[in-house]
Design a protein around this ligand. Sequence first.
Ligand SMILES: [Zn+2]
Length: 272
Amino acid sequence: MIEVKRHRFEGVQFDESPHTGGKITPRFIVMHYTAGGSALSSVRAIRERGLSAHLFVDRDGGIIQTVPFNLAAFHAGPSSWRGFDGLNQHSIGIENANFGFFDRRTSDGWTRTGLRTFAPHEVLVARHKNGGPEIAWELYPEAQLRALDAIVAALRAAYPTVQEVVGHDDISPGRKVDPGPAFPMARFQNQGGAAGSGTLRDDDLGEFEVVVRETLNLRGGPGTGFAVLRALTPGTRLRVLREEGDWRQVDLQGDRVPDGFVHGAFLRRVGP
Ligand SMILES: [Zn+2]
């Protein structure tokens, strides 16, 4: 269980980066890979290039924070997503220790210039969703993914404005391929909040109508502890995408992309 206190993870190593921008309202979490070895070596390499990220996550789950979550880090570059441009101003950036792709097949696995050979069980062979040849991608170890589970949950709890977890390859397609096909994005998009990657969710529990006397709060997560995103008026039509306890994750636009959560007691089914 990690907790945010004064825009830092409590009990996590903080190695302050000199490369920070102004105050941000985090709306997205952007996942990257470092294309390198240990997280610590990438903290240094990225710093030397004048860049930064809020967090670095090692293959064994170790975490290093280098920028407070309320300040911009320089991780996204030219990018856009859901009407926002320049995602550094709107996101928390996470660099994951991972070599990325291996473009050369050998007799016992896959490699890239300067790296050892990676065995078949260490990689995923796939074509990137944005195109390109079928090559190998380093798998993310479960210890690293567990650390990311905890990180994403803690950030969503501390920053209810966070709507979505996306990849650098979603917000800068054509220019970036990280975190790549081996990154299990769906695992993080299904933790409350909105779905992402521009993909539609499979779940859809039908069309409902808001039944309240005055207004119904649309919240950033499944509970009254989450921020109110807006107040829905009686008769508002929406689609319920998913149930989480008494709460319903809903879509207001009809595009099956989640917009927030409402309490299920104030909804009446009106269609399939
Ligand atoms: Zn990146």
